[in-house]
Design a protein around this ligand. Structure first.
Ligand SMILES: Nc1ncnc2c1ncn2[C@@H]1O[C@H](COP(=O)(O)OP(=O)(O)O)[C@@H](O)[C@H]1O
Ligand SMILES: [Mg+2]
Length: 289
C-alpha cells in the first residue's frame, strides 16, 4: 500500500486507474495500491465454532487472472463470497478498490456489487426463465435501459461467450458447457470490472472444460477485468492463471506465478499440485497393509 495524491490519479485517467469516492478520497489522498483491486487483511471467519478462514491475507492484482486453489471444503467459496460481500468476516478487512466492504451498509454494498460479475458453481441460472431473460436480469435490476436496448446487450453478451440463437431457449435445454456460457454472459451484462468464477470447469468433460478455460482467458483479454477464480482443477489452473494462491488451513500459504508455485517448497502445495494422497493434507488415512 502507498499514498497517492488524488491529482496524480486523475492525470492517469479512469481507464488506467479506477477509484471510488471514499473517506480517504475526500481527504485528498487515496490509500491504495494501484496494482491491487482487492485486498483481504487478517480475515477470520468461523461457522458454529468451525474455523474456515483463519487470519487470511491476500492481494488480488488489477487486470489479471488470479486462481485460488485448495481442497474441497477448504473454504474457497467462502473466500470468494467475502470478496463480493455475500459473507461478512468475523474480523479483518476486505478492501475492494480501496473501500472496506465488510463495513458497508446493504445499500452501499449493493452499489459496489454492480462492479462485480459472478459465475456461480453450476452456473446457477434461473430455470423458469429463458436464457435471454437470465442474461437480461441484472440489466433490469440495476439499469433503466429500454427493453430494446436490453435485448441488444443480451444478444451481444451471448455472442461474446460464443452463443447464437439461444435467447429463447430454457436453461434445461442446454448442455453443461452452454449453461456455463450463459452464466458468464449474465455475469458480463453490466460490464463488471471484477469477475469472480466459482469452480468454472468442475463437472465438465475435459474438452468442454478446456473451451471454458479459453473463454475465461479471452474474456479477460477483451474486458481487461480483474478476474478471480477458485478451483481444485490443477490442469485448468495452470492454463488460465497469471497468479496462483493456495488456501490451506484458513490461510493463503503460497502465492505467485504458476512457475513460482510449481517450485514452492511448501509440502502441502507440492502435494496438492501433484495430486498425492500422502502428505500434510489428509482426506483419509493411508493404511499400512
Ligand atoms: N453459510 C455457511 N454456514 C455454515 N457453514 C458453512 C457456510 N458456508 C460454508 N460453510 C462451511 O465452510 C467450509 C468451507 O466451505 P466452502 O467454502 O464451500 O469450501 P470449498 O469451496 O473450498 O469446497 C465447509 O465446511 C462448509 O460446510
Ligand atoms: Mg466451493
Amino acid at each position: 500500500m502507498f499514498l497517492v495524491p488524488v491529482e496524480a490519479l486523475r492525470q492517469l485517467g479512469p481507464r488506467t486507474v479506477s477509484y471510488r469516492e471514499s473517506d480517504t478520497w475526500r481527504s485528498g489522498m487515496l490509500c491504495r495500491d494501484l496494482l491491487t483491486m482487492i485486498t483481504l487483511v487478517d480475515v477470520h471467519k468461523s461457522f458454529n465454532g468451525q474455523v474456515v478462514l483463519d487470519g487470511l491475507n491476500l492481494e488480488i492484482e488489477t487486470g489479471k487472472i488470479t486462481v485460488i486453489i485448495g481442497q474441497s471444503g477448504g473454504g474457497k467459496s467462502v473466500l470468494l463470497k467475502h470478496m463480493i460481500g455475500l459473507i461478512r468476516p468475523d474480523s479483518g478487512q476486505v478492501l475492494v478498490d480501496g473501500v472496506d466492504i465488510a463495513r458497508l451498509n446493504d445499500r452501499r454494498l449493493n452499489e459496489i456489487r454492480k462492479d462485480f460479475g459472478m459465475l456461480f458453481q453450476e452456473a446457477a441460472l434461473f430455470d423458469s426463465m429463458t436464457v435471454g431473460e437470465n442474461v437480461a436480469f441484472p440489466l433490469k435490476e440495476h439499469t433503466r435501459l429500454k427493453s430494446r436496448e436490453i435485448d441488444e446487450i443480451v444478444e451481444q453478451k451471448l455472442l461474446q461467450v460464443g452463443l447464437k440463437d439461444v435467447a429463447h431457449k430454457m436453461p434445461s435445454e442446454l448442455s453443461g458447457g452452454m449453461r456455463k456460457r450463459v452464466g458468464l454472459a449474465r455475469a458480463l451484462a453490466l460490464d463488471p470490472k471484477i469477475i469472480l468464477f466459482d469452480e468454472p470447469t468442475t463437472g465438465l468433460d475435459p474438452i468442454t472444460a478446456d473451451a471454458i478455460d479459453r473463454l475465461i482467458v479471452d474474456t479477460q483479454r477483451l474486458t481487461k477485468a480483474t478476474c478471480v477464480a477458485i478451483s481444485h482443477d490443477i490442469a485448468s489452473t495452470f492454463k488460465i492463471a497469471h497468479t496462483i494462491g493456495m488456501l490451506y488451513q484458513g490461510k493463503i500459504i503460497e502465492v505467485g506465478t504458476p512457475e513460482q508455485v510449481k517450485a514452492s517448497g511448501h509440502p502441502a502445495v507440492q502435494q496438492f499440485i501433484q495430486g498425492k494422497a500422502e502428505g500434510p493434507i489428509m482426506d483419509y488415512y493411508v493404511l499400512d497393509m
